[in-house]
Design a protein around this ligand. Structure first.
Ligand code: AMP
Length: 318
């Protein structure tokens, strides 16, 4: 038995969905309402299928598509969402001008073989009278949360809503947003969610810059300068490979490196425990080196995962 299609719909349901984009092997069905999205995935669940979910804010690049490919390798149906979530943007942030490329995104998802695209309007997700928020205390106030108050409350609230609507067996997130992934894992554990949270590697441009929808804001000079985040983290990686274990020295060296790029204005440079996100003075267990740097008006983040190996060596992964 297949997934619900236009042909299976009642006239009411028909009015909820807009259109489908066929490709050679598959049809991407674009869904705008919670009601129809629930119907489609509840059917997959009842049939015992392993539904995979990739939530995004659109303007899709290969970092997003790597999550889609990971989902397609383990799950069917695969559902992607595009929702530029207003509640995770601060009042002076780029919600209005956040890059939007809906038609191109639909084509990429259809070509990749995604089954459903959930693309609700803000009023569908936040109807008048909306009052309930989810906040993961202790992890949400640090780092990105300190620089962007309320950001993670917006993220966790929308991710919980999306997981509740889609009810996937597995949901795929990128380590590009390492703090976000850590917070979502905590939320899933604390709220006994059924979805497994899968965290995928960072996808980078050929020169090391982590792919991001916001990279499109960079002018050519800023684009060149933006590789400083990768270069600082890569220097830390090399230093760890040569035996450096002092986190304070590693942080100082990364700050020093960032100072060599005149367009770069660091927001934070921290080496933290990967579980608590608290700063460490020496490498121990799994850690993250996290950077947030302004290049002109564009704020970029990147990180290095540092994992302790059984032989007390550390493996650092960009
Ligand atoms: P966004 O559209 O920026 O909200 O990102 C949607 C998902 O894609 C999040 O789980 C991000 O962590 C992930 N993502 C964004 N950029 C990358 C990247 N360069 N590599 C891997 N995952 C990414």
């Amino acid at each position: 038995m297949g997934f619900p299609s236009c042909a299976d719909r009642t006239p009411q349901a028909e009015a909820c969905a807009t259109r489908t984009i066929p490709n050679h092997a598959n049809t991407l069905e674009i869904i705008h309402t919670i009601e129809w999205m629930k119907l489609a995935t509840r059917q997959a669940k009842a049939e015992g299928r392993c539904a995979g979910f990739v939530p995004t804010m659109g303007a899709l690049h290969d970092g997003h598509m790597a999550l889609v490919r990971a989902a397609l390798s383990e799950c069917r149906p695969v559902i992607a969402s595009i929702f530029v979530n207003p509640t995770q943007f601060g009042p002076s942030e780029d919600f209005q001008k956040y890059p939007r490329a809906f038609e191109a995104d639909c084509k990429k998802l259809a070509d990749a073989g995604v089954d459903y695209l959930f693309a609700p309007e803000p009023a569908e997700i936040y109807p008048p009278g909306f009052r309930t928020w989810v906040n993961v205390e202790g992890l949400s106030e640090r780092l990105e949360g300190r620089a962007r108050p309320g950001h993670f409350r917006g993220v966790t609230t929308v991710v919980l809503k999306l997981l509740e609507i889609v009810q996937p067996q597995k949901a795929f997130f990128g380590r590009k947003d390492a703090q976000q992934a850590r917070i979502i894992r905590q939320m899933a554990r604390d709220l006994h969610l059924d979805s497994e949270i899968v965290v995928c590697p960072i996808v980078r441009e050929a020169d090391g810059l982590a792919m991001s929808s916001r990279n499109t804001y960079l002018n050519p000079q800023e684009r060149r300068a933006a590789t400083i985040l990768f270069r600082a983290l890569d220097a830390a990686r090399a230093s760890i490979a040569s035996g450096e274990r002092d986190a304070l020295r590693l942080m100082a060296a990364m700050r020093e490196m960032l100072r060599t790029e005149k367009l770069a204005e660091p927001d934070y440079v921290e080496l933290v425990d990967a579980d608590t996100l608290e700063q460490v003075t020496r490498l121990r267990g799994d850690c993250l080196a996290l950077l947030a740097v302004r290049i002109g008006a564009v704020r970029l983040i990147d990180n290095l995962l540092i994992e302790e190996q059984p032989d007390e060596k550390f493996l650092a992964t960009l």
